[in-house]
Ligand binder design. Structure first.
Ligand SMILES: NC(=O)c1ccc[n+]([C@@H]2O[C@H](COP(=O)([O-])OP(=O)(O)OC[C@H]3O[C@@H](n4cnc5c(N)ncnc54)[C@H](O)[C@@H]3O)[C@@H](O)[C@H]2O)c1
Ligand SMILES: [Zn+2]
Length: 825
C-alpha cells in the first residue's frame, strides 16, 4: 500500500525496521489514547501499522504477542480507577480500497461456505469507544476501551451524557449486558464548543485588563500579547471533534472550578452516543428468545432507549456495502458527525461466533477507511499577500503534502488574530485539513512535537504593505483585517483590479488573466508600466505591449514564483528586502520567422528580431470588443465595493446607463430591488473619489459604451414597475441546486432572472420551485422535507419557456427511480 513498505528486507534490516516502527507506533498510541493529543495524522499512523504488518507477513519470526499488530491499542491512563471488561473489547482491521474489501468478503464467504454473506453496514463514527454495563436494566458502569481488557472507569462523566440512560426503557432486560458504542461530538456542537473557548479567552482577557488597571502600581503598560497567549493556553481551540470528545469523556471534573469547570461541563454535555456492539450478555434462562442477528440486537437497544445510528443499513451482500461506501464518499460531510470509514459486520451472530477473532480484532468485521482529510506537515513560513481590495492576508507556506487527493503547499490564515488563535509558530509541525471542496485549512500545531529541535519563530504581522510600503491599518474601528490604504497605485491592488476586469463575471476577456494583469501593471521592462491604474486600459496599443517582460506571480498570493528553469531568470527584490532569482516571461512577443541570412541582416541593421505575439493582438482586439459588452459587465469592472454581477445587473436594468447611476440619489439607488442602502452608499462613496471618476471619463473617451441601447430610462422603469413584474416566471422564486447539463451555475440563475423570476440561493417555504441536478446535496433534501415542487432539467426548461402552465400534465416530482436514496432505509 505505502511506498515505504518493503517486504524484501534481509533478516537483520527487517528486525531493525520492525523495532523502529514498534517504538514509533507505541509512542503514537500513548499520545493518541492517553493524552488525546496525537503527534502524527491518522494517515501516517495507519501507514506505520501497515508497514509493520507487511514486515511481519514477510518475517513471521518477528511476530510476538507484544507487537502492536497483535494488541488493541490504548491503555488506562492516570486519574481514573481501572476496571476489567467482562468481555474483551477489540479493535477493527482495516482495508483501504474496494478491492481489498471484496477480497475480505470472498474469504468470509469461503470460511462460512456461503455464496453471499448478509452484512450490517455502518458508518464509522470518529469518536472513542465506550462500554456500558447494565445489570437488570440499571447502568452500573461506563468504561473506556483501554487496552481492551482493562479500561478507565468514566461512569461519573457518562452520567452527564443525555444519550446514556441510567435505566433502560421497557422491561424484560437481561441480568447483565455489556453494550458497546461510540461517544462523539457532532460537528455543529464542536463549532459551538470552540466558540465558547473563544468567549472564555475574551473573559480571561477582560478580567486581566481590569485587574491590571485596578492595581495602584500599574506602572508598566498592560502586556496584551502575553495575556492573549496565557488565555489561549487555558482555553485552547480544539483541533477536531474526535480529540475534543476523547478529552471530554476523560476529564476529572471534580478537580475543576470556575471557568475551567464551565468549559469542562459544556464539553461533556456536548457528547453524544451511538451504540454499535454487544459484549457479555446473560439472561435468566427461559425468559427471552435467543438473538439471531446483530441488527436484531440493535432493535432491542432502540427499544431500551439507547441511540442507534440512523445511517446503518442491512445489506444482502458486499455490493450493498460498496454502494454505501460510494454514497458516503460523496456525502461525507452531510451528516451530523465526522466519519472516517464504513464498518462492515457479518449480521448473523452464529456466523460471527464461527469466524471468531484474533487477539486484536474480530474476523467477522472490517473497517473500510476513506482517504485522509487531515495530514501533518511543516510550516515553513508565514507570508503576507495583498489582494484586490487591499486586505493584507497572512498565509502559510508549508512543505508540500498530499491531502484529499491534491498536493497542498499554501493555506490562508485570514488575519493576525487567526494566526494567534490557532497558536501556530513558523517551524511548527501543523495539522492540515482539506475536506471535500473546502479550501485547505491549518487546524493548529502538533503540540506533542513542539520541542522537536526545529527552529521556531513567532509570526509578527508587518506594519507596512509588502508591495508598496504604505502603513497598513484597519479601515474601520474594530476591524480585525488590516488593509493597505493606497488603493490607487498599490501594485497589488491595481493588479487585482485589472485581473478582475478580465474575469468571467467582469468583461470576460480571456487573455486578461493573472500574468497579463501583472505584465500591464508591473513589468520588469520597460520600467514604466503601460497601466498605472485601470484608467488607461482601453487605450492600450500593440506596440506598447511587445517590449514587456514580467515576473510570474502566484495567483493565490501575488508573490513572485521561484525560478523554475523554464522561463528567463530575473533578479528581483522580495517584500522582506532580500533578493531572489525568479522566473520571468515575455508574454506579448514572439520571434520573427527569418532565414539565417535575414536574421543576420536584421541584427546588422538593428531591426527587431521579435514581433507582437498572438496574445498581444488578441488582447487589444478583445478589449475593443469588450467596449460594447453589457452595461452590467462594465459596472462590475469598475471594482466598486459590493457591486458584483447580481447588483450590477439590477443597477444596469433599472438605470440603463452609467450616467444615470452616477446622477441618482442615495434614495433612488437604495430603492432598486437587489441594491439596498449598503450598496447605495458604496456607489456614492466610489463616485466621490476623483481618480475613480477619471477612470469612467477615460473609458468613455476611449469608446466604452456605458449605456444600454433603447433603454427607456429609470423614470419609465418606475412607471412600469407599478404594473408588476412580467415574464413567464413573474412573482416566482426558483432555487437551482446540483449541476445541470445545459446550464452553467450562473447561466441557470440568469435564465430565471431573464424570465422575470427570482433566483434564490437557499431553499425556504417561500421557494416556489426547486430544480435538482446531478450531485445535489442538502438543498434537495430540504426541498423534499418542505414538500416543495422538485423539477428536473427538462421540466426546468419547460418552466422557463412557458411558466407554471407548461408543467401541467407532467409529474412534478420527476420519476421515483431513486427511491432508495440515503434516508430510504
Ligand atoms: N494519530 C495517531 O497517532 C493515532 C494513534 C493511534 C490510533 N489512531 C487512529 O485510530 C485508529 C486505530 O485505532 P483503533 O484500534 O481504535 O481502531 P479503529 O478506530 O480503526 O477501529 C476500531 C474502533 O472503531 C470504533 N467504531 C466507530 N464506529 C464504529 C461502528 N459503527 N462499529 C464498530 N466500531 C466502530 C470503535 O470504537 C472501535 O474501537 C487508526 O487507524 C487511527 O485512525 C491514530
Ligand atoms: Zn500597498
Amino acid at each position: 500500500m505505502t511506498d515505504t513498505e518493503n517486504p524484501v528486507l534481509d533478516e537483520a534490516a527487517a528486525q531493525r525496521r520492525w523495532a523502529e516502527l514498534v517504538a514509533l507506533v507505541e509512542a503514537d498510541q500513548r499520545a493518541y489514547y492517553e493524552d488525546d493529543a496525537p503527534r502524527v495524522s491518522d494517515a501516517e499512523y495507519d501507514a506505520r501499522m501497515h508497514e509493520l504488518q507487511a514486515i511481519e507477513a514477510a518475517h513471521p519470526a518477528l511476530v510476538t504477542p507484544e507487537s502492536p499488530t497483535q494488541r488493541v491499542g490504548g491503555a488506562a491512563a492516570g486519574g481514573f480507577a481501572t476496571v476489567e471488561h467482562v468481555e474483551r473489547m477489540l479493535s477493527l482491521d482495516n482495508v483501504f480500497s474496494v478491492e481489498e474489501l471484496r477480497a475480505w468478503d470472498a474469504r468470509v464467504a469461503r470460511d462460512l461456505g456461503a455464496e453471499h454473506v448478509g452484512y450490517l453496514s455502518e458508518v464509522k463514527i470518529d469518536g472513542l469507544a465506550i462500554a456500558l454495563l447494565y445489570e437488570k436494566g440499571r447502568l452500573v458502569r461506563a468504561a473506556t476501551r483501554g487496552d481492551g481488557r482493562t479500561g478507565e472507569d468514566v461512569t461519573q462523566n457518562a452520567l452527564r451524557i443525555a444519550d446514556i440512560p441510567r435505566r433502560l426503557a421497557g422491561d424484560g432486560h437481561p441480568d447483565l449486558v455489556e453494550i458497546r458504542g461510540e461517544v462523539f461530538i457532532p460537528v455543529a456542537a464542536f463549532e459551538r464548543l470552540n466558540d465558547l473557548q473563544a468567549q472564555l479567552r475574551e473573559r480571561v482577557l477582560t478580567e486581566a485588563r481590569t485587574r491590571h488597571g485596578g492595581r495602584a502600581a500599574a506602572a508598566r503598560p498592560f502586556d496584551e500579547e502575553r495575556a492573549r497567549v496565557a488565555a489561549l493556553r487555558r482555553f485552547p481551540q480544539f483541533a477536531n471533534p474526535r480529540n475534543a470528545a476523547a478529552g471530554g469523556l476523560r476529564q476529572l471534573l471534580d478537580k475543576k472550578e470556575g471557568m475551567e469547570l464551565e468549559a469542562g461541563l459544556a464539553r461533556v454535555e456536548s457528547l453524544r452516543l451511538y451504540v454499535h456492539g454487544i459484549g457479555a450478555l446473560q439472561w435468566t434462562a427461559g425468559e427471552h428468545t435467543e438473538l439471531a442477528r446483530q441488527s436484531e440486537a440493535y432493535e432491542h437497544f432502540a427499544r431500551w432507549g439507547l441511540p442507534v445510528s440512523p445511517h446503518n443499513r442491512v445489506v444482502g451482500g458486499v455490493d450493498g456495502v460498496v454502494e454505501m461506501i460510494e454514497h458516503f464518499g460523496v456525502h461525507r460531510h452531510d451528516i451530523e458527525h465526522e466519519l472516517d470509514g464504513i464498518v462492515v459486520k457479518v449480521d448473523a451472530l452464529d456466523d460471527q461466533r464461527r469466524l471468531g477473532a484474533t487477539s486484536r480484532a474480530p474476523r467477522w468485521a472490517i473497517a473500510y477507511k476513506y482517504p485522509p482529510e487531515e495530514v501533518t506537515t511543516r510550516l515553513l513560513a508565514i507570508q503576507v499577500g495583498v489582494g484586490r481590495t487591499g486586505r493584507a492576508t497572512p498565509y502559510a507556506v508549508m512543505e508540500p503534502v498530499l491531502v484529499a487527493g491534491s498536493t497542498v503547499r499554501q493555506a490562508t490564515l485570514h488575519n493576525q488574530d487567526v494566526v494567534r488563535a490557532k497558536g501556530v509558530r513558523i517551524g511548527d509541525m501543523v495539522v492540515l485539513r482539506k475536506a471535500g471542496d473546502v479550501i485547505p485549512e491549518i487546524l493548529g500545531p502538533v503540540t506533542a512535537l513542539a520541542d522537536d529541535g526545529y527552529p521556531r519563530e513567532e509570526f509578527v504581522m508587518p506594519e507596512r504593505c509588502p508591495e508598496c510600503g504604505t502603513p497598513l491599518r484597519p479601515m474601520k474601528e474594530g476591524d480585525v483585517d488590516l488593509r493597505c490604504p493606497n488603493a490607487e497605485t498599490c501594485p497589488a491592488q491595481v493588479r487585482g483590479r485589472v485581473e478582475h476586469i478580465g474575469s468571467r463575471g467582469g468583461l470576460d476577456v480571456e487573455v486578461l488573466g493573472e500574468v497579463t494583469a501583472a505584465a500591464l501593471t508591473q513589468p520588469l521592462e520597460p520600467a514604466e508600466p503601460p497601466l498605472r491604474t485601470e484608467a488607461g486600459l482601453f487605450d492600450l496599443r500593440v506596440e506598447q505591449l511587445v517590449p514587456i517582460r514580467v515576473v510570474v506571480r502566484d495567483s493565490e498570493t501575488g508573490l513572485p514564483r521561484e525560478y523554475d528553469g523554464t522561463g528567463e531568470a530575473a533578479e528581483i527584490t522580495m517584500p522582506d528586502g532580500s533578493t531572489a532569482t525568479v522566473k520571468s516571461v515575455w508574454p506579448f512577443r514572439k520571434k520573427r520567422k527569418l532565414s539565417r541570412a535575414e536574421e543576420r541582416a536584421a541584427i546588422e541593421s538593428g531591426e527587431p528580431l521579435f514581433e507582437a505575439s498572438t496574445n498581444a493582438t488578441k488582447l487589444v482586439d478583445e478589449l475593443e470588443l469588450a467596449k460594447t459588452k453589457d452595461l452590467w459587465r462594465i459596472l462590475v469592472s469598475l471594482n466598486i465595493r459590493h457591486v458584483g454581477p447580481v447588483a450590477a445587473r439590477a443597477l444596469a436594468g433599472w438605470f440603463g446607463s452609467l450616467d444615470a447611476v452616477r446622477a441618482a440619489s442615495r434614495e433612488e439607488l437604495a430603492a432598486v430591488e437587489g441594491v439596498g442602502p449598503i450598496i447605495a452608499d458604496a456607489l456614492l462613496a466610489w463616485f466621490d473619489v476623483e481618480w475613480h471618476r477619471e477612470i469612467v471619463d477615460r473609458w468613455q473617451a476611449a469608446g466604452v459604451r456605458t449605456w444600454i441601447p433603447e433603454h427607456p430610462g429609470p423614470a419609465a422603469m418606475a412607471a412600469q414597475a407599478d404594473e408588476g413584474p412580467t415574464g413567464p416566471l413573474a412573482g416566482l422564486t426558483v432555487v437551482v441546486t446540483g449541476s445541470l447539463e445545459g446550464y452553467s451555475r450562473d447561466g441557470a440563475k440568469e435564465a430565471v432572472i431573464g424570465a422575470g423570476g427570482k433566483s434564490a440561493g437557499s431553499v425556504s417555504k417561500k421557494t416556489d420551485y426547486v430544480v435538482v441536478g446531478e450531485n445535489a446535496g442538502s438543498k434537495a433534501a430540504k426541498a423534499e422535507e418542505l414538500g416543495l415542487p422538485i423539477l428536473d432539467e427538462a421540466a426546468f426548461t419547460r418552466l422557463l419557456a412557458g411558466g407554471p402552465a407548461a408543467l401541467e400534465g407532467s409529474t412534478p416530482d420527476g420519476t421515483d427511480d431513486d427511491a432508495d436514496g440515503p434516508g430510504a432505509d
